[in-house]
Design a protein around this ligand. Structure first.
Ligand code: FDA
Length: 310
């Protein structure tokens, strides 16, 4: 993970309206967005999912949108997921395609009870389609409430997946709590701009934490979901899988749509379950800015596109 001035600026910009307008209206943004986002509509989500499934991969679909401030928007985000799950079922894709939900998209900051109620509706639709839901993790001010919502939901839907971020100092302890039978846990490094008081800020420390968390999850009885593109983290996961004699149905790798597709195919061809996180929808701004912040090469690609108007 890149910890730099540029990263901080981009992550700060990801939450500012003025920059948002400029990026959303830059003619080239669409081309860059295409690399990371399936498209605007639910049809794009289904089409891309079916292509990935046909190539042997699994999918987690994210209906883009976050930081909802109006109850009606929270309702329509939930309705979008319910509609999507129905379509996935009809298309025969739900055995390989689940959904990822950001609680802020369904009103977490407005009213936690509303968000829990809406995500519960999504879980009912997922259960009907015979698939699963994973709760994305957002910035550290929401970690406790997200884990509380997870606990509430798991009472009825034990398959709801958690996400933990290795950059947070608390995460190794959270992994110990979560590494129980049946518990689906996605381990990622973390994509928000967090203060030193709660997060490791040096790349080496985030990576060391990732490896410690991975060891806890792989030694536990849950279902670890190894979400990273980092070759060193993938290698460590492979080492722990071999050492613990973990069977291929007891863990999975996860990567983002548009990032390291060759590595996705390599892991899959070696027998691992690989799930691609595929966002879709028109509210792509925050997602794009976090992807640009992760990697200077992505930012250069974006700036080059600005100049050449590709
Ligand atoms: P790192 O950033 O160190 O990158 C390692 C290498 O991977 C790079 O050198 C490069 O080769 C490649 N790479 C990484 N990112 C790239 C990019 N954007 N474009 C091109 N190449 C790239 N975060 C969060 O806070 N909450 C969440 O819920 C989730 N959910 C989630 C789901 C899934 C499936 C994934 C893969 C990731 C997330 N994340 C997330 C994002 C995560 O926290 C993190 O920001 C990114 O995965 C980048 O971290 P890496 O582990 O890939 O390592």
């Amino acid at each position: 993970m890149l910890r730099s001035g540029l990263r901080t600026v981009l992550l700060h910009a990801s939450r500012r309206g003025s920059v948002r307008f400029a990026v959303e209206h830059a003619p080239i943004s669409r081309g860059v967005v295409k690399r990371f986002v399936a498209g605007d509509g639910v049809g794009d989500a289904v089409r891309v999912s079916s292509e990935l499934v046909a190539s042997g991969l699994s999918v987690s679909l994210d209906h883009l949108g976050e930081d909802t401030t109006e109850p009606e928007h929270a309702e329509s985000a939930a309705a979008a997921y319910v509609g999507l799950l129905g379509l996935l079922d009809e298309a025969g894709l739900s055995s390989h395609v689940e959904v990822s939900v950001k609680l802020s998209a369904v009103g977490q900051s407005l009213d936690r009870a509303l968000a829990t109620d809406l995500v519960r509706r999504i879980c009912v639709a997922a259960a009907d389609a015979d698939t699963t839901v994973t709760l994305d993790m957002e910035d550290h001010t929401t970690t406790d409430s997200t884990l509380e919502t997870l606990r509430d939901l798991r009472a009825d839907f034990p398959w709801v997946g958690a996400v933990v971020q290795s950059y947070l100092r608390r995460t190794e302890a959270d992994c110990r709590d979560l590494a129980v039978a049946g518990s689906r846990v996605r381990l990622c490094k973390g994509a928000y701009d967090e203060p030193d008081s709660v997060a490791f800020t040096r790349t080496e420390d985030v990576d060391d934490s990732y490896q410690r968390c991975l060891a806890v999850l792989m030694a536990g009885e849950g279902y670890p979901m190894v979400a990273t593109h980092d070759p060193a983290m993938i290698k460590e996961a492979e080492r722990l899988i071999a050492a613990g004699n973990r069977q291929p149905d007891s863990y999975e790798f996860q990567m983002l749509y548009g990032v390291r597709p060759d590595e996705q195919r390599r892991l899959s061809s070696e027998g691992a379950c690989v799930r691609v996180y595929v966002p879709y929808g028109s509210d792509w701004y925050g997602y794009l800015m976090r992807r640009l912040a992760e990697r200077p090469a992505n930012m250069r690609f974006f700036l080059r596109s600005l100049v050449t108007r590709k």
